[in-house]
Design a protein around this ligand. Structure first.
Ligand code: DGL
Length: 262
Protein backbone atom coordinates (compact mmCIF):
# COMPACT_ATOMS: atom_id res chain seq x y z
CA UNK A 1 0.00 0.00 0.00
CA UNK A 2 1.23 3.50 -0.82
CA UNK A 3 -0.86 6.53 0.16
CA UNK A 4 1.33 9.05 -1.62
CA UNK A 5 -0.45 11.00 -4.39
CA UNK A 6 -0.51 10.42 -8.14
CA UNK A 7 1.02 13.28 -10.14
CA UNK A 8 -0.81 14.35 -13.30
CA UNK A 9 0.27 17.12 -15.63
CA UNK A 10 -0.63 18.78 -18.91
CA UNK A 11 0.14 22.08 -20.61
CA UNK A 12 -3.18 23.34 -19.25
CA UNK A 13 -6.70 22.27 -18.31
CA UNK A 14 -6.85 19.44 -20.87
CA UNK A 15 -5.42 16.92 -18.45
CA UNK A 16 -8.47 17.41 -16.26
CA UNK A 17 -10.24 15.07 -18.71
CA UNK A 18 -7.75 12.43 -17.53
CA UNK A 19 -7.96 13.46 -13.88
CA UNK A 20 -11.74 12.95 -13.80
CA UNK A 21 -11.36 9.39 -15.16
CA UNK A 22 -8.66 8.61 -12.59
CA UNK A 23 -10.89 9.98 -9.83
CA UNK A 24 -13.80 7.88 -11.09
CA UNK A 25 -11.82 4.62 -11.24
CA UNK A 26 -9.50 5.19 -8.27
CA UNK A 27 -11.47 7.20 -5.69
CA UNK A 28 -8.98 6.37 -2.91
CA UNK A 29 -6.11 8.02 -4.74
CA UNK A 30 -5.05 11.60 -3.99
CA UNK A 31 -3.89 13.68 -6.93
CA UNK A 32 -1.46 16.50 -7.50
CA UNK A 33 -2.34 18.21 -10.76
CA UNK A 34 0.07 20.54 -12.56
CA UNK A 35 -1.04 22.77 -15.44
CA UNK A 36 1.99 24.24 -17.21
CA UNK A 37 -0.03 27.10 -18.64
CA UNK A 38 3.01 29.38 -18.89
CA UNK A 39 4.18 27.11 -21.71
CA UNK A 40 0.92 26.28 -23.49
CA UNK A 41 0.59 25.23 -26.27
CA UNK A 42 2.91 22.25 -26.20
CA UNK A 43 1.58 21.42 -29.67
CA UNK A 44 3.77 24.00 -31.37
CA UNK A 45 7.04 23.22 -29.55
CA UNK A 46 10.04 21.33 -30.91
CA UNK A 47 11.09 18.00 -29.48
CA UNK A 48 14.06 19.48 -27.63
CA UNK A 49 11.95 22.32 -26.18
CA UNK A 50 9.36 19.78 -25.03
CA UNK A 51 11.96 17.54 -23.36
CA UNK A 52 13.34 20.46 -21.40
CA UNK A 53 9.94 21.80 -20.33
CA UNK A 54 8.49 18.42 -19.43
CA UNK A 55 11.54 17.39 -17.43
CA UNK A 56 10.79 20.38 -15.22
CA UNK A 57 7.15 19.31 -14.86
CA UNK A 58 8.28 15.89 -13.68
CA UNK A 59 10.92 17.30 -11.34
CA UNK A 60 8.22 19.50 -9.80
CA UNK A 61 5.92 16.52 -9.21
CA UNK A 62 8.78 14.40 -7.88
CA UNK A 63 9.44 17.21 -5.42
CA UNK A 64 5.86 16.73 -4.20
CA UNK A 65 6.64 13.07 -3.50
CA UNK A 66 4.20 11.53 -5.96
CA UNK A 67 4.39 7.76 -6.46
CA UNK A 68 3.69 7.78 -10.20
CA UNK A 69 3.39 10.42 -12.92
CA UNK A 70 0.71 10.49 -15.60
CA UNK A 71 1.54 12.63 -18.61
CA UNK A 72 -2.00 13.79 -19.42
CA UNK A 73 -0.88 15.28 -22.71
CA UNK A 74 -0.55 13.35 -25.96
CA UNK A 75 1.95 15.80 -27.43
CA UNK A 76 4.26 15.45 -24.44
CA UNK A 77 3.95 11.67 -24.47
CA UNK A 78 4.70 11.12 -28.14
CA UNK A 79 7.76 13.38 -28.10
CA UNK A 80 9.24 12.70 -24.69
CA UNK A 81 8.00 9.50 -22.99
CA UNK A 82 10.95 7.29 -23.85
CA UNK A 83 13.43 10.05 -23.03
CA UNK A 84 11.73 10.72 -19.67
CA UNK A 85 11.63 7.06 -18.71
CA UNK A 86 15.37 6.83 -19.25
CA UNK A 87 15.98 10.04 -17.29
CA UNK A 88 13.75 9.51 -14.23
CA UNK A 89 13.37 6.55 -11.89
CA UNK A 90 9.76 7.24 -10.99
CA UNK A 91 7.12 5.25 -12.96
CA UNK A 92 5.80 7.40 -15.82
CA UNK A 93 2.64 6.73 -17.82
CA UNK A 94 1.63 8.69 -20.89
CA UNK A 95 -1.66 9.21 -22.66
CA UNK A 96 -1.81 8.37 -26.39
CA UNK A 97 -4.68 8.10 -28.89
CA UNK A 98 -6.54 4.77 -28.63
CA UNK A 99 -5.54 3.51 -32.08
CA UNK A 100 -6.01 -0.15 -31.13
CA UNK A 101 -9.58 0.52 -29.99
CA UNK A 102 -10.31 2.22 -33.32
CA UNK A 103 -9.02 -0.78 -35.24
CA UNK A 104 -11.10 -3.16 -33.11
CA UNK A 105 -14.32 -1.14 -33.20
CA UNK A 106 -14.52 0.14 -36.76
CA UNK A 107 -17.02 -1.51 -39.08
CA UNK A 108 -16.14 0.48 -42.19
CA UNK A 109 -12.37 0.20 -41.77
CA UNK A 110 -12.09 3.99 -42.00
CA UNK A 111 -11.12 5.89 -38.86
CA UNK A 112 -9.36 9.06 -37.76
CA UNK A 113 -7.08 10.44 -35.08
CA UNK A 114 -7.80 14.06 -34.21
CA UNK A 115 -4.96 15.81 -32.36
CA UNK A 116 -2.56 18.73 -32.16
CA UNK A 117 -0.46 19.26 -35.30
CA UNK A 118 2.65 18.03 -33.46
CA UNK A 119 1.04 14.74 -32.46
CA UNK A 120 -0.48 14.29 -35.93
CA UNK A 121 2.92 14.38 -37.61
CA UNK A 122 4.83 12.45 -34.96
CA UNK A 123 6.71 9.26 -35.71
CA UNK A 124 5.29 7.85 -32.47
CA UNK A 125 1.74 8.05 -33.87
CA UNK A 126 2.83 6.56 -37.20
CA UNK A 127 4.38 3.66 -35.29
CA UNK A 128 1.20 3.18 -33.23
CA UNK A 129 -0.87 3.02 -36.40
CA UNK A 130 1.52 0.59 -38.11
CA UNK A 131 1.52 -1.63 -35.05
CA UNK A 132 -2.13 -1.62 -34.02
CA UNK A 133 -4.08 -0.72 -37.14
CA UNK A 134 -2.08 -2.00 -40.12
CA UNK A 135 -5.20 -2.96 -42.06
CA UNK A 136 -7.32 0.07 -41.21
CA UNK A 137 -7.44 3.34 -43.13
CA UNK A 138 -6.41 5.88 -40.48
CA UNK A 139 -6.66 9.58 -41.27
CA UNK A 140 -4.65 11.88 -39.00
CA UNK A 141 -5.89 15.43 -38.57
CA UNK A 142 -3.97 18.07 -36.65
CA UNK A 143 -5.69 21.18 -35.43
CA UNK A 144 -4.36 24.16 -33.55
CA UNK A 145 -6.40 26.63 -31.57
CA UNK A 146 -9.12 24.43 -30.09
CA UNK A 147 -7.08 23.90 -26.94
CA UNK A 148 -6.92 27.68 -26.57
CA UNK A 149 -10.73 27.92 -26.51
CA UNK A 150 -11.00 25.17 -23.89
CA UNK A 151 -8.37 27.01 -21.84
CA UNK A 152 -10.83 29.89 -21.67
CA UNK A 153 -13.55 27.55 -20.46
CA UNK A 154 -15.39 27.69 -23.78
CA UNK A 155 -16.97 24.37 -24.63
CA UNK A 156 -20.15 25.32 -26.47
CA UNK A 157 -21.82 28.16 -28.30
CA UNK A 158 -21.48 29.64 -31.76
CA UNK A 159 -17.73 30.33 -31.65
CA UNK A 160 -16.94 26.77 -30.56
CA UNK A 161 -19.31 25.26 -33.08
CA UNK A 162 -17.62 27.16 -35.90
CA UNK A 163 -14.11 26.28 -34.72
CA UNK A 164 -14.92 22.58 -34.29
CA UNK A 165 -16.60 22.46 -37.71
CA UNK A 166 -13.56 24.05 -39.34
CA UNK A 167 -11.16 21.71 -37.58
CA UNK A 168 -13.13 18.59 -38.52
CA UNK A 169 -13.80 19.70 -42.10
CA UNK A 170 -11.06 17.51 -43.63
CA UNK A 171 -12.82 14.48 -42.15
CA UNK A 172 -16.36 15.16 -43.27
CA UNK A 173 -15.87 13.61 -46.71
CA UNK A 174 -13.85 10.64 -45.53
CA UNK A 175 -16.74 8.57 -44.21
CA UNK A 176 -14.97 7.54 -41.04
CA UNK A 177 -17.06 5.75 -38.42
CA UNK A 178 -14.73 6.20 -35.43
CA UNK A 179 -12.47 8.96 -34.17
CA UNK A 180 -9.84 8.88 -31.43
CA UNK A 181 -9.13 12.12 -29.64
CA UNK A 182 -5.39 12.70 -29.54
CA UNK A 183 -5.46 15.81 -27.37
CA UNK A 184 -6.70 15.82 -23.80
CA UNK A 185 -8.42 19.15 -24.25
CA UNK A 186 -10.82 17.72 -26.85
CA UNK A 187 -13.06 15.51 -24.65
CA UNK A 188 -14.49 18.77 -23.30
CA UNK A 189 -15.71 19.49 -26.84
CA UNK A 190 -17.38 16.12 -27.25
CA UNK A 191 -20.92 17.44 -27.54
CA UNK A 192 -19.91 19.91 -30.24
CA UNK A 193 -18.00 17.27 -32.16
CA UNK A 194 -21.03 14.99 -32.08
CA UNK A 195 -23.13 17.79 -33.54
CA UNK A 196 -20.69 18.24 -36.41
CA UNK A 197 -19.97 14.58 -37.11
CA UNK A 198 -23.45 13.15 -36.54
CA UNK A 199 -24.51 10.32 -34.31
CA UNK A 200 -23.06 7.55 -36.49
CA UNK A 201 -19.46 8.49 -35.75
CA UNK A 202 -18.16 7.12 -32.44
CA UNK A 203 -15.72 9.29 -30.51
CA UNK A 204 -13.13 7.68 -28.23
CA UNK A 205 -10.86 9.49 -25.80
CA UNK A 206 -8.00 8.03 -23.81
CA UNK A 207 -9.02 9.03 -20.28
CA UNK A 208 -10.53 5.76 -19.09
CA UNK A 209 -7.81 3.68 -20.77
CA UNK A 210 -4.99 5.52 -18.99
CA UNK A 211 -6.90 5.33 -15.71
CA UNK A 212 -7.19 1.54 -16.12
CA UNK A 213 -3.51 1.20 -17.01
CA UNK A 214 -2.56 3.26 -13.97
CA UNK A 215 -4.64 1.03 -11.72
CA UNK A 216 -2.94 -2.02 -13.20
CA UNK A 217 0.55 -0.62 -12.61
CA UNK A 218 -0.27 0.39 -9.04
CA UNK A 219 -1.84 -3.01 -8.37
CA UNK A 220 1.20 -4.82 -9.74
CA UNK A 221 3.48 -2.77 -7.54
CA UNK A 222 1.21 -3.11 -4.52
CA UNK A 223 0.98 0.68 -4.45
CA UNK A 224 -2.74 1.41 -4.39
CA UNK A 225 -3.87 3.84 -1.73
CA UNK A 226 -6.45 2.86 0.90
CA UNK A 227 -7.71 6.34 1.70
CA UNK A 228 -8.25 9.53 -0.22
CA UNK A 229 -6.30 12.46 1.23
CA UNK A 230 -6.41 15.84 -0.45
CA UNK A 231 -6.06 16.83 -4.09
CA UNK A 232 -3.82 19.79 -4.95
CA UNK A 233 -3.90 21.91 -8.09
CA UNK A 234 -0.96 23.94 -9.39
CA UNK A 235 -0.48 26.16 -12.41
CA UNK A 236 2.58 27.94 -13.76
CA UNK A 237 0.35 30.85 -14.84
CA UNK A 238 -2.70 32.46 -13.17
CA UNK A 239 -4.22 30.41 -10.28
CA UNK A 240 -7.51 32.34 -10.23
CA UNK A 241 -8.08 31.82 -13.93
CA UNK A 242 -7.23 28.13 -13.68
CA UNK A 243 -9.59 27.68 -10.75
CA UNK A 244 -12.50 29.27 -12.59
CA UNK A 245 -12.05 27.22 -15.74
CA UNK A 246 -11.26 23.97 -13.89
CA UNK A 247 -14.45 24.27 -11.85
CA UNK A 248 -16.48 24.81 -14.99
CA UNK A 249 -14.94 21.83 -16.77
CA UNK A 250 -15.03 19.47 -13.80
CA UNK A 251 -18.44 20.58 -12.58
CA UNK A 252 -17.35 20.85 -8.94
CA UNK A 253 -15.55 23.30 -6.69
CA UNK A 254 -11.78 23.26 -6.50
CA UNK A 255 -10.44 24.14 -3.08
CA UNK A 256 -7.46 26.32 -3.87
CA UNK A 257 -5.03 26.61 -6.77
CA UNK A 258 -1.35 27.28 -6.12
CA UNK A 259 1.23 28.96 -8.27
CA UNK A 260 3.97 26.55 -9.33
CA UNK A 261 7.48 27.81 -9.98
CA UNK A 262 9.38 25.27 -12.03
N1 DGL B 1 -3.50 18.68 -24.10
C1 DGL B 1 -2.40 18.57 -25.01
C2 DGL B 1 -2.38 17.20 -25.69
O1 DGL B 1 -3.01 16.30 -25.25
C3 DGL B 1 -2.34 19.58 -26.09
C4 DGL B 1 -2.43 21.04 -25.78
C5 DGL B 1 -1.21 21.81 -26.19
O2 DGL B 1 -0.91 21.95 -27.40
O3 DGL B 1 -0.54 22.28 -25.29
O4 DGL B 1 -1.75 17.00 -26.67
Amino acid sequence: MDNRPIGIFDSGVGGLSVLREVQKLLPNESIIYLADQANIPYGNKTESQLRKIISKDIEFLEGKDVKIVIIACNTATVYALDFLRSKFNIPIMGVVPVVKTLANKTKSGRVAVFSTPATAKSQYLINLINKFAPNTQVYTVGSSGLEHLVEQGKTNGEEINKAVKKALLPLLTKNVDSIALGCTHYPFLNAQMKKVLGSKVRIYDSGSAIARRTRQVLENENSLSNRHGKDYFFTTADPDKFKKVAEKLLGYGVDRVYKARL
